[in-house]
Design a protein around this ligand. Structure first.
Ligand SMILES: [Zn+2]
Length: 309
C-alpha cells in the first residue's frame, strides 16, 4: 500500500464518519418533563391506582420518539406524593435506552394538599435529613439526581419557606441542585433565603419562569447566577417562549437558560391516563424557530451544568 492510497482511504473513512454524523441528531437533555402524575392528594395518591404495564404501553412510544430525535436524558419532575415512582422510571429507561432521573424533596404548591402530614410538624432540618437519606440510600434502588420542591405564590408562607430551607440544607450536604416549582412573585424571596443560607446561586433553578411576563426579572435572576427555566413549551406557546429565549440572548444571558416542556402526564385516575401529551414538540416546532447555534448550549451544555454535582 503506498502513502497515497493510505491517504485516500483515510479520507474516505473520514467522509463516511461525517455522513453518519450528519444524520445522527445531536444529543440533548429534557430538564423538566413528567411520565405520570397523581393529583389525588398526599393521603390518597397510591401505586394501587394504576398499573405499570398500562403506563409503559402509553409512555414507551413517546420516549422512543424523542430518543430518535437525540434525547438521551429525561429529567422526571414528579415529586413524592404526586406519583413519584422510580421503579416505573427504571423500567422505562431500560426499555427505551434513555436515562430517566428522579428527585427527592416535597411539593408545597397546590395549597399544600400534596404534603404528607409530617411535613407540617417536622423542622426543615428533619425534612432535609429524610431527603439526604434518600440520596444516600437511594429510593427503591434509584439515586435521586436533584431536589424538587414546590412553593406557592409570594410572599411565601412559613410552610413554603420550610421547603426552601430544607432544600438548601440538602443541597449543601449532597451537592444536588434545587428545582423549585415557583408560584407568582416567589423567585426573589427564595433566592434571598438561599443567599442567607450560603447556597451558591447556581444550585437554584427557577421552574416555570415563563409565567413571569416581565423579562427584566428573568434577567435579574440570571445575572444573580440562578437558572431561569422556560419549561411550558407547547405548540400553543411557541411565540412567547421564543420571545423569552431571544430576550435572554440579546442580554447575553443564554448561559443561564433552561428549556423544557413540562409535558407528558399519565393522569392517574383518568381513563387511559387522560390527555397524555408527547415530548417531541420542542424538537419539531420550537427549535426550528431559534438560531441553530444555540441548540447545544440550551439542550446540552446548560442542562449538564445546572444538574452537575
Ligand atoms: Zn412539572
Amino acid at each position: 500500500m503506498n502513502a497515497e492510497t493510505g491517504l485516500s482511504r483515510r479520507a474516505l473513512l473520514a467522509g463516511g464518519t461525517l455522513a453518519l454524523a450528519s444524520c445522527t441528531p445531536p444529543k440533548s437533555i429534557l430538564v423538566h418533563e413528567h411520565i405520570l402524575v397523581d393529583f389525588a392528594g398526599a393521603e390518597l395518591a397510591s401505586r394501587s391506582r394504576y398499573s405499570h404495564d398500562e403506563v409503559i404501553a402509553a409512555a414507551k412510544p413517546k420516549l422512543q420518539a424523542i430518543a430518535k430525535l437525540g434525547c438521551v436524558r429525561f429529567v422526571d419532575c414528579t415529586p413524592n406524593f404526586l406519583g413519584r415512582d422510580p421503579r416505573l422510571l427504571a423500567k422505562l429507561a431500560e426499555s427505551c435506552g434513555i436515562e430517566i432521573w428522579t428527585n427527592t424533596g416535597l411539593y408545597a404548591a397546590g395549597a399544600y394538599r400534596y404534603l404528607p402530614s409530617y411535613a407540617r410538624t417536622e423542622s426543615a432540618r428533619e425534612l432535609a435529613a429524610r431527603w439526604i437519606a434518600e440520596w444516600r440510600n437511594g429510593i427503591e434502588g434509584t439515586k435521586p439526581h436533584f431536589i424538587k420542591i414546590g412553593v406557592n405564590d409570594g410572599p411565601l408562607a412559613e410552610l413554603d419557606r420550610k421547603m426552601v430551607e430544607a432544600a438548601a440544607i440538602t443541597s449543601l450536604e449532597t451537592g444536588l441542585t434545587i428545582a423549585s416549582h415557583t408560584g407568582r412573585n416567589a423567585a426573589p424571596e427564595q433566592m434571598e433565603m438561599l443567599l442567607k443560607l450560603k447556597l451558591p446561586m447556581n444550585k437554584f433553578i427557577w421552574v416555570h419562569a415563563q409565567n413571569e411576563k416581565n423579562h427584566q426579572i428573568h434577567a435579574e435572576v440570571a445575572r444573580a447566577g440562578a437558572w431561569v427555566e422556560f419549561d411550558g413549551i407547547s405548540p400553543k406557546t411557541l411565540d412567547w417562549h421564543q420571545d423569552c429565549v431571544e430576550f435572554m440572548a440579546k442580554e447575553k444571558l443564554l448561559g443561564r437558560v433552561l428549556l423544557s416542556q413540562d409535558s407528558g402526564w399519565w393522569h392517574v385516575g383518568e381513563d387511559n391516563g387522560g390527555n397524555f401529551r408527547g415530548y417531541d414538540s420542542i424538537y419539531r416546532d420550537f427549535l426550528p424557530k431559534l438560531d441553530p447555534k444555540w441548540r447545544t448550549q440550551l439542550l446540552w451544555d446548560n442542562p449538564r451544568s445546572a444538574f452537575s454535582v
